[in-house]
Each structure stands twice: as C-alpha cells, then as structure tokens.
Design a protein around this ligand. Structure first.
Ligand SMILES: Nc1ncnc2c1ncn2[C@@H]1O[C@H](COP(=O)(O)OP(=O)(O)O)[C@@H](O)[C@H]1O
Ligand SMILES: CC(=O)N[C@@H](CCC(=O)OP(=O)(O)O)C(=O)O
Length: 260
C-alpha cells in the first residue's frame, strides 16, 4: 500500500497565492496522504507584533515560554486551521492535529548541552496505528510542527524532523513516498541560480556541498532528516518546488531525489 507524506515549508505558507495552488494540488492527490506543515516565517512575524524576540540556532528556534505560547497559537491554531478549512473547501477531509491530540506524537524536551533550546521536542514515539485509523476512515491528517511530553508541556518540533519521524513510523506498514516541498526547485548546486537543481543527491555528494558551504542554513536539517528517513525504511524521498508536487508524485523525477 502506498502513502504520500508531504511537508510544506513556511515560505510557501506565507505566500497566499502559492499556498492556495499547493493546497489545490494536494487536495487533488489520489490515495492515502498526510500533510506536515511548517510556518516558521509566520511565527516570526507574529512574534514581532507580540514583542517576543526570535532566536534561531542551526535552523532551530530557541523556544522560551513566551515563544512557546506564540508557536502554539500560530502553528496549532492559525496556520493549521487555515489549511484545514481550505482543504475542506477543496473536498479533502482534513483533520488538523498537533502531536498532543490523541497522543499521536510524543516527544522529549531537548536536554540542555551547549545550548538551551527551551521547549523544543525530540520525537520519541509516533502512534502509527492511530494515524492508520484516520487514513482508513478517509481522513487526511494535517500535522502542525508541535509535539508534547509526559509532563504536560507542548513542545516545538522542526517540521522537517516531524515529517521524517512520521514517515519512518508509517513505513512499517506502507510504501512511503516522502516529499519535501518548498519555494526552490530542489537542492541547488549554485544558490544564486534557481535552475541549478542537483537531480540526485548521495551522502558523499551532500558532504562535499556542505563542506564547501553551497548547502547551508535550513537545508542542512532538511537533508539530514531526508537521509535519516531513507536509512530507516522510507521508500522514496524527494525535495522539490511546491508547484511541482503533482509531477513529483506522478513521476518522481522533479526536484532532487535523495539516494543512499
Ligand atoms: N543549496 C541549497 N539549495 C536550496 N536551498 C538552500 C541551499 N542552501 C541553503 N538553502 C536554503 O534553505 C532554505 C530551506 O530551508 P528552510 O528555510 O528551513 O525551509 P522550509 O521552511 O521549507 O523548511 C531555502 O529557502 C534556502 O534559502
Ligand atoms: C524547533 C523549531 O525550530 N521548530 C520550527 C517549527 C516550524 C518549522 O519547522 O517551519 P518551517 O518548515 O517553515 O521552517 C520553528 O519554530 O521554526
């Protein structure tokens, strides 16, 4: 059985035209599917309005209590519910969830080592049978990048990591196709040239591009998560433009294919 798991990035969510187009394409996909959304850009904008300072380290948001309140409102409320409502209007029976709902994604607050990330969660357990029940009932889960812990805290979890964790958990039962959609055509060999898409990326090519600085910033956690998913049983991982979702699902030739 096939399952498409799609992650959509915050730059697309922040652009109403691109987001609408993406949701139309997502709603039109046949078969079982799951959406994991980011929203980092929206959270940063709302944090400014609320006078909460944004600090990022290695693509992760330092999440103190005021920031936890912002991301819980923005990811679990505003962004998640806007996506669910739009998908419902498109005939897709979307079910909006954070990891806390139904206890579906349990995490652990990241231990303080060199850096205190605050209320940031590392995924411990995904309840795959519960997600499978939703799918069997023709519901489409829409995950916000939030998890919870056993102490009753909400935790902020990077959406790329959450997508990888959900994909790995579902891979025990399904042939999972994981697609990271964002605002570029794929992983680029020249960040100034949007057409310089690397068609296939292996761990050794990745290491070279990372060392030379061509691959940097938010692309590093995305790729680390992409390789981790493949290593742990996910059938296929692609990184592509949000506008190319349909083609990426149909042919799997768009964007950058991650291979081992
Ligand atoms: N070689 C590269 N190819 C494409 N994007 C890159 C590359 N290196 C760094 N990036 C940056 O990574 C960003 C994607 O990561 P991130 O901002 O976390 O996106 P998302 O919100 O989709 O998770 C791109 O917007 C781009 O600026
Ligand atoms: C811990 C952590 O960094 N969480 C992310 C969750 C949102 C996210 O991943 O959004 P994008 O996909 O748009 O980057 C954050 O707050 O930025």
């Amino acid at each position: 059985m096939k399952l498409n798991i799609i992650k959509i990035g915050g730059n697309v969510i922040d652009n109403p035209r691109s987001c609408k187009q993406f949701l139309e394409d997502f709603a039109a996909l046949e078969g079982s599917k799951i959406l994991i959304h980011g929203g980092g850009k929206v959270a940063t904008k709302i944090a400014v309005k609320l006078d909460v300072e944004t600090k990022m380290v290695d693509g992760r948001r330092i999440t103190d209590l005021p920031m936890l309140e912002v991301v819980t409102m923005v990811y679990g409320g505003l962004v998640n519910k806007q996506i669910v409502a739009q998908l419902q209007a498109l005939g897709c029976n979307a079910l909006g969830l954070t990891g806390a709902d139904g206890g579906v994604i349990l995490a652990k607050k990241r231990a303080v080592k060199d850096i205190d990330y605050g209320y940031v969660g590392d995924v411990e357990k995904v309840n795959a049978p519960l997600i499978d029940n939703f799918l069997k009932n023709e519901l489409t889960p829409i995950f916000a990048p939030l998890t919870f812990d056993k102490e009753g805290n909400m935790l902020n979890t990077n959406a790329d990591t959450q997508a990888s964790s959900v994909a790995v958990a579902m891979a025990e039962q399904y042939e999972v196709n994981l697609i990271y959609c964002f605002e570029k055509k794929g992983v680029l060999s020249n960040p100034d040239d949007d057409d310089s898409v690397i068609p296939q990326l292996t761990p050794s090519i990745y290491a070279d591009y990372k060392a030379s600085g061509v691959i940097n910033a938010g692309m590093i956690p995305k790729l680390d998560n992409a390789f981790a998913a493949l290593q742990r049983g996910v059938a296929k991982v692609t990184i592509c433009h949000a506008d190319e979702l349909k083609q990426a699902v149909a042919e799997g030739t768009r964007g950058t294919q991650i291979i081992l």
